[in-house]
Design a protein around this ligand. Structure first.
Ligand SMILES: [Zn+2]
Length: 123
């Protein structure tokens, strides 16, 4: 099951986010951080959140599934800006801003209901 980034439309597999993403070259995190993260079903400790945010991730809540920007946003948006017309790019940015606001609202409403959040935002 994928969740698309609301700002760049990159699809992210939920299993990857909950199990693998933080073990993907984050040198500041330890094996204990990885195990704690996996056991918590994606809840972000400040150290883990800071490590992810250093790569472009942004979150509307305290779970990794509440992301509103991802590590691919910069590259994806740069590509879109270079390859789409100005009008098309501006229309996409408007759609992405609307999706981000919608994601923030869902994350606030369902912060303590991970399954509810997942079923609402996953594709
Ligand atoms: Zn993104």
């Amino acid at each position: 099951m994928d969740i698309h980034c609301p700002q760049c439309n990159e699809p992210w597999d939920t299993f990857h986010l909950l199990e693998d993403e933080i073990s993907n070259g984050y040198d500041d995190l330890t094996d204990d951080d990885f195990e704690s993260f996996k056991l918590s079903r994606g809840m972000l400790e400040p150290k883990t959140q800071t490590a992810l945010e250093s790569r472009g991730w942004k979150f509307a809540g305290k779970n990794i599934l509440s992301f509103v920007a991802c590590s691919c946003c910069k590259d994806n948006l740069d590509w879109m800006e270079e390859n789409l017309s100005t009008h098309e790019f501006q229309e996409l940015k408007t759609i992405f801003a609307s999706r981000t606001t919608e994601r923030e609202i869902f994350c606030e409403l369902l912060e303590h209901d991970l399954d509810g959040l997942l079923s609402t935002i996953a594709n």
